[in-house]
Design a protein around this ligand. Structure first.
Ligand code: ATP
Ligand code: MG
Length: 579
């Protein structure tokens, strides 16, 4: 592509609207433009990067035996009513009406559509296993669209759905997708982890997220510093050490009520009493489909709502507003405690080891000091209810856990018969018996993957694309358009690069060298070839890689070293070769 002909509107200024680096750089590099909140146009450079990721995905999905389809984006409400998700999915579902006032939605995901398709197509075990995928635009009316392509409302997803005869076969499909995903993200040049993820109401260890490590990520993951345990923080567990140290003698026979005006947070309470947060407990009221309950954890810990939901066996969980807690339970938020409660109490497993603690007195402006588990309060239900922290012990091997931030780029999930039961998608097994299809679903955010690659690969001058997904592999900079020899040489080299199938951007613009260098850096081209009048006289082509690992002068009259260099770059970057 000739730079002079390309619609590549790079920006010098940092756009004010962008909070994270990938969003800033994608706007500055002329890759995307915003139309409305969470809705973006892809300009030529952005689309090239997107297509490169799609191509890697296609190759690896096909290699794993999946077949590409394209399903409708607009879906009838009836299907969603059949699965029960029309009501359940909530406000993220963009609902629309046609001219006959019939309800539709713009698909946020395609379990219903694919299950409907398959229930009409598959009759016999002989047609299984089957794995169908598509790369398509989804719409989710996210409450907080942000960070450009990272959390859009309209976005491109690869979604795949597998159908098997039984759990064992579905396990193989799942494993094959897990391996395909590892190859996809390795080939994209990403530093990622496959982590255990919460599988919600379905249960079991059958959900993994693929998380690209990046400080700006919205997800936190816990991983072991020794073994290969890694889990999303929502799911992560830690090894519990039942400490045998006996608690010291109680300082008083009963808790003492102390006036603590304006001490509502753990920090304020700990400061007031001159103790560490570990000497206090955090008491919170939750509401679920089972009613109100109080959850109590050590003052320095955070409640993990997913663990609480699981411990309760609830469908949903939320924190009610303080006004409701006051009106319906007569309890003052900020001064809550587990004594004399009329609602169920859930206690974190660490609390009994804490000795004398400080907690709210369930009376506004007062706390209790010298409270003892067992003597002053008790609970039928004790469980692990907290988020793990760096330094907690690995549940598998007991080594230390570390916490990293990351971006979820893919999610694989064993669905079981959740949708096939609801939509009656069955097949006849070998004995001629009717059975429910066993399903799996597998998603990748295509745009989010491009954004994540940028979050991991940039410097002060702009994007440093991994070779495999770089829109252009080579930038050829002509610094002297007026020189006929230089221009003739560049034109020839440009054509040769093209005929070798190397995607190249030829900067033939009438611009200063500085502008050309800046733009080549900004748009993240892995290899830069530069020729000007001086170089031509000396018979050398300047060759520099974006990450500075290559910085050479190659002879103008011998192409072999250049082709070798390009082969090496391509080979190093796509760590897993495609077949
Ligand atoms: P998140 O927790 O980030 O909202 P999710 O669990 O809702 O993700 P899935 O339903 O598993 O996501 O979708 C599959 C993939 O689609 C995700 O792994 C992610 O890469 C991508 N994705 C999901 N929501 C968005 C979005 N709003 N913008 C861009 N990509 C998205
Ligand atoms: Mg989501």
């Amino acid at each position: 592509m000739r730079f002079s002909r390309m619609h590549l509107p790079t920006l010098k200024e940092v756009p004010a609207e962008a909070e994270v680096i990938s969003h800033r750089l994608m706007l500055r590099a002329g890759m995307i433009r915003r139309l409305a909140a969470g809705i973006y146009s892809y300009l030529p450079l952005g689309l090239l990067a997107l297509r490169n990721v799609e191509e890697i995905i296609r190759q690896e999905m096909n290699r794993a035996g999946a077949q590409e389809v394209l399903l409708p984006a607009v879906q009838p409400a009836e299907l969603w009513q059949e699965s029960g998700r029309w009501d359940f999915y909530g406000k993220e579902l963009l609902r629309i009406k046609d001219r006959h006032q019939r309800d539709y939605c713009f698909g946020p995901t395609h379990e219903e559509v694919i299950t409907d398709l398959i229930r009409h197509e598959v009759r016999s075990y002989r047609q299984l296993p089957l794995n169908l995928y598509q790369i398509q635009t989804k719409f989710r009316d996210e409450i907080r669209p942000r960070f450009g392509l990272m959390r859009g409302r309209e976005f491109i997803m690869k979604d795949a759905y597998s159908f098997d005869v039984d759990d064992a076969a579905a396990g193989l499909s799942y494993q094959s997708m897990r391996e395909a995903y590892s190859r996809i993200f390795s080939r994209c040049g990403l530093n990622f982890r496959a982590v255990e993820a919460d599988s919600g109401a379905i249960g079991g260890n059958f959900s993994h997220e693929f998380v690209v490590l990046a400080e700006s990520g919205e997800d936190a993951i816990a991983s072991c510093t020794d073994c290969d345990y890694a889990a999303n923080i929502e799911k992560a567990e830690s090894r519990f050490v039942d400490s045998a140290t006996p608690s010291p003698e109680p300082t008083a026979a009963a808790p003492v009520e102390v006036a603590t005006p304006d001490c509502e947070s753990i920090k304020e309470v700990a400061d007031f009493f001159g103790v560490a947060p570990e000497a206090t407990i955090k008491s919170m009221i939750f509401e679920s489909d089972l009613g109100f309950c109080m959850v109590v954890v050590p003052g320095d810990c955070e409640v993990n709502e997913i663990k609480v939901t699981a411990a309760l066996g609830a469908e949903w969980l939320e924190i009610p507003p303080p006004a409701r807690i006051a009106d319906e339970l007569g309890l003052p938020v900020g001064y809550l405690g587990p004594l004399n409660l009329s609602i169920p109490l859930l206690v974190d497993r660490q609390v009994p080891q804490m000795g004398e603690i400080i907690c709210g007195a369930n009376r506004a402006g007062f706390h209790l000091q010298g409270v003892l588990w067992g003597r002053d309060f008790k609970s039928q239900q004790m469980a692990d209810l907290v988020l793990v922290r760096a330094g907690d012990l690995c549940p598998r091997c007991g080594s230390l856990l570390q916490i990293d931030r990351g971006i979820e780029v893919g999610h694989i999930f064993k669905l079981g018969t959740k949708y096939s039961e609801k939509l009656k998608a069955t097949f006849l097994d070998q004995e001629g018996q009717e059975k429910n299809l066993v399903m799996g679903c597998y998603g990748i955010g295509v745009g989010r993957t491009v954004a994540a690659a940028i979050e991991q690969n940039y410097d002060d001058n702009g994007i440093c694309f991994p070779y495999a997904i770089a829109p252009f592999k080579v930038a050829l900079l002509n610094l002297d358009l007026k020189s006929e020899e230089v221009t003739a040489y560049c034109e020839t080299l440009y054509k040769e690069l093209q005929s070798r199938g190397i995607s190249v951007i030829y900067d033939d613009r009438n611009e200063r060298p500085g502008v050309k260098f800046k733009d080549a850096d900004l748009i993240g081209v892995p290899l830069r070839l530069t020729l000007g009048r001086k170089g031509y006289k000396r018979g050398i082509l300047e060759v520099k890689s974006r990450n500075s690992s290559v910085n050479e002068e190659l002879p103008l009259d011998d192409r072999a070293p250049l082709w070798r260099l390009l082969d090496e770059l391509a080979a190093n970057d796509s760590r897993i070769p495609s077949q």
